[in-house]
Write a protein that binds this ligand. Structure first.
Ligand code: IVH
Length: 735
């Protein structure tokens, strides 16, 4: 996504577009912007930096300006936010919640001011004042007060209709529940945000609970405000700055600054860095001041908002489709820094993908020292996108180059640009390896694949280690005491070469071949514990086994779909064998095999499974028909007692249709397994207790959920009671 963002055509490129290209580009931009909006607004999980997003919107606007007749019905320039989520009731805003146009440099701000003068017919020296204030990086909220009482609170949503988060808004200390001396109807708008300090503390608490960490304060604020359970919102320290208003029964003041001051008097928090600026220089000077304080403000801001101060003039200027003409957001530049590219390393992943990584002379970008950046793949290094189009104006990246790095959110740094004037004379285009740097096997790039992959399979140590790490990961074998680091050491020391070796560790140890207890960090007891944990995992569900194999495209969901369909390892592997052995399947190139495979009945069976596409089927048959790989899988399976998945949602299951919550420690199975079992029986597993909860399964150490369940009269049983219930046994419910 971000590569494409960076691939955004510059102004010159737009001048060179013909109509068909412009139409294609607008289509692509509409879908990229929609995806980014969805990720940002609905999933609280941005997939690109704000700067990249802005670049896409700008490019879209520039192309539309050149080809107005090509403007799409779903043009991103006509949209504010994202579709609404489910779960909250909706509130239609009595006045649209607006977005802001952006300015990226002083010239844009000058244009903004000049445009307003032109619109109003004012001479260039006529006085014209603007407010300038920080643009808070949070989410906007509209509060409706009637007769001084807070009656509703709504998120922006799509600008017309937002989510009703009234109960949650009432838990925010900065939001008054009651106002004195307010107009009968007053809608106050502003930004909900979380301070850096509160964000860090929240993430520390989340980490201690093993819960999901938030990527940044904005996501934390959004996630916290949009909690269906207001008690959770209350526990999250949210803040609110008021900066605008919607419907009013009487004007607040004659100026923007006066109106905001009035909101301050009514008890709202208003931003102390708000100033009235009498000319462009003062606006830009205040921008510089705010930018200088950015790092020490204690909360995230991403620019400065200028608003025409005179409300009479604001009204004359009015609105465009989604933005007012009288305001603009002057964005801070993305955090960028120049440094030298010292080397390009190639990392090899579990599925053999060769990923180039830039090793950089360490440089500070936005307060963080950066010494690595992703280079994505060979096309990216060469200055091309996946379709052969130019990125960075076609400039390639060479070792020794000066490169501009940027950080998009909290994700791994990327390279934005190359300074050709500083390119060393001896710098040569980077030659992407045709062989795996770890095992020397050929690295091939199949048609349609953006990455080159090592063909070494299990003989490649990098793939082997990554596969082992995946094998022991949580959703796979999840062996207590055998994490990623342990398997890596065991691999390096030659104790474990493949998953099957894990199940041989104990016998080798007992026969004196290996001395675990003499290793650093291991004693007799911890060795015994590890062997017990391994033994426990010999009996394991089919879905986990399939997932654990680490086959490309076969994620947890696909693995479980396969498990449910085949029911046993024997049937699963038999079908794959038939699919690969049917005569049509012998072409060596996977792509060439596809049309041939398509004629095989076994292939039809696999691809006929709900949720299993051709990519999965192809990866399965290709991987499991390879001699060495298959032999390794067979060795593993010989150690295991593979369990059929529990039948899905039978109507007669005692928990079908019920909402259950697990809390405390479970002793007979992991939480993940308990959840999977419950779901397989048709229950819905929730994370917190509410009036909708039918059953709480509480193990030792159950805390607030148990008391909440007691309070709400929710039936509570222990783990044995749960097992008895789902296994259809009687008794043992309260022991
Ligand atoms: S004024 C009529 N002022 O930025 C204009 N917006 O990109 C309404 N924002 O939707 C917005 N700080 O969520 C305004 N001081 C500020 C702001 C601010 C943050 C957000 C707001 C808005 C978005 C537009």
């Amino acid at each position: 996504m971000v590569e494409n963002g960076k691939a955004a055509a510059g102004q010159q490129d737009i001048a060179g577009l013909d109509e068909a290209e412009a139409r294609d580009r607008l289509r692509l931009l509409a879908s990229q912007i929609a995806a980014a909006n969805l990720a940002y607004f609905q999933n609280d999980a941005p997939i690109m930096s704000d700067a990249d997003f802005d670049a896409l919107k700008r490019e879209n606007a520039a192309i539309e300006a050149r080809f107005p007749h090509l403007k799409r019905q779903d043009s991103p320039s006509e949209q504010i936010g994202a579709q609404l989520g489910e779960g909250f009731s909706k509130i239609t805003h009595s006045e649209r919640m607006l977005s802001l146009a952006n300015a990226f440099d002083a010239a844009d701000v000058a244009d903004f001011v000049a445009g307003i003068r032109r619109y109003l017919g004012l001479a260039s020296d006529a006085p014209l004042a603007f407010t300038a204030e920080p643009k808070i990086d949070g989410l906007s909220l509209s509060l409706r007060y009637e007769n001084g009482q807070l009656i509703s609170a709504a998120t922006r949503g799509d600008g017309e209709t937002g989510e009703n988060v009234t109960a949650n808004a009432r838990t925010i200390a900065d939001i008054p529940q009651q106002l004195s001396d307010a107009p009968t109807i007053l809608e106050v708008r502003g930004e909900v945000y979380m301070s850096h300090e509160d964000f860090a503390a929240l993430n520390a608490r989340q980490a201690a609970l093993g819960a999901k960490l938030f990527a940044n304060p904005r996501n934390a604020a959004a996630g916290s405000l949009r909690q269906l359970d207001a008690a959770i919102t209350r526990a999250r320290p949210l803040r609110f700055y008021a900066y605008a208003w919607g419907a009013l029964s009487a004007p607040l003041a004659a100026t923007q600054s006066g109106a905001i001051a009035r909101l301050g008097e009514m008890g709202f928090s208003i931003n102390p860095l708000t100033r009235v600026c009498r000319d462009l220089d003062a606006m830009l000077a205040h921008y510089a001041q705010i930018e200088a304080q950015r790092a020490t403000l204690g909360y995230d801001i991403d620019g400065v908002v200028y608003k025409l101060d005179d409300l009479g003039l604001q009204a004359r200027l009015g609105l465009r489709a989604t933005t007012p003409r009288w305001a603009i957001a002057h964005k801070f530049p993305a955090e960028l820094a120049w440094t030298r590219l010292e080397a390009i390393d190639i990392q090899v992943g579990r599925t053999g993908a060769l990923s180039p990584v830039a090793r950089l002379t360490p440089v500070t970008v936005g307060g963080v020292v950066v010494s690595n950046a992703t280079l994505h793949n060979e096309d990216y290094i060469a200055g091309r996108d996946a379709r052969g189009g130019e990125i960075r104006g076609g400039k390639d990246i060479r070792i020794g180059d000066w490169v501009q790095v940027y950080r998009a959110g909290d994700v791994i740094p990327k390279i934005a640009d190359v300074d050709l004037s500083k390119r060393p004379d001896d710098a040569r285009p980077f030659v992407f390896p045709s062989h795996c740097p770890e095992c020397g096997s050929e690295a091939l790039r199949e048609e349609g694949d953006a990455v080159r992959r090592c063909t070494g399979g299990l003989i490649c140590p990098a793939q082997a280690v990554e596969k082992l790490k995946h094998f022991v990961s949580r959703a796979a074998f999840d062996i207590e005491g055998l994490g990623a680091k342990q398997v890596e050491t065991f691999y390096t020391d030659g104790w474990i070469k493949e998953p099957a070796d894990i199940f041989d560790l104990k016998s080798k140890y007992e026969s004196g071949l290996q001395q675990l207890k003499n290793r650093e960090g291991w004693g007799e007891k911890s060795a015994a514990n590890l062997f017990d944990a391994i033994d426990e995992r010999r009996r394991i569900g089919l879905g986990r086994v399939i997932f654990a194999l680490g086959i490309r495209h076969v994620g947890e969901v696909a693995a479980n779909d396969l498990a449910r369909h085949f029911g046993s390892w024997a049937q699963f592997i038999d079908c794959l064998d038939r699919a690969s052995h049917e005569p049509a399947a012998h072409a060596s190139d996977a792509r060439a095999r596809k049309p041939l495979l398509a004629q095989s009945p076994a292939w039809a069976e696999i691809t006929g499974i709900d949720g299993i596409g051709e990519a999965v089927a192809l990866a399965l048959t290709t991987t499991l028909s390879q001699g060495a790989e298959r032999a390794s899988v067979d060795r593993l399976v010989a150690h295991l007692d593979i369990q059929a998945p529990v039948a899905r949602a039978s109507a007669d299951s005692p928990v079908a249709g019920k909402t259950v919550v697990f809390t405390g420690t479970l002793e007979k199975m992991t939480r993940a397994e308990a959840k999977a079992r419950a779901e397989a029986l048709g229950a819905k597993v929730a994370g917190s207790v509410s009036v909708k909860t039918d059953l709480l399964i509480a193990g030792p150490g159950a805390g607030s959920k148990a008391s909440k369940a007691a309070e709400l009269g929710v039936e509570t049983i222990d783990e044995d009671g749960w097992l008895a219930l789902i296994n259809g046994l009687s008794g043992g419910g309260d022991g």
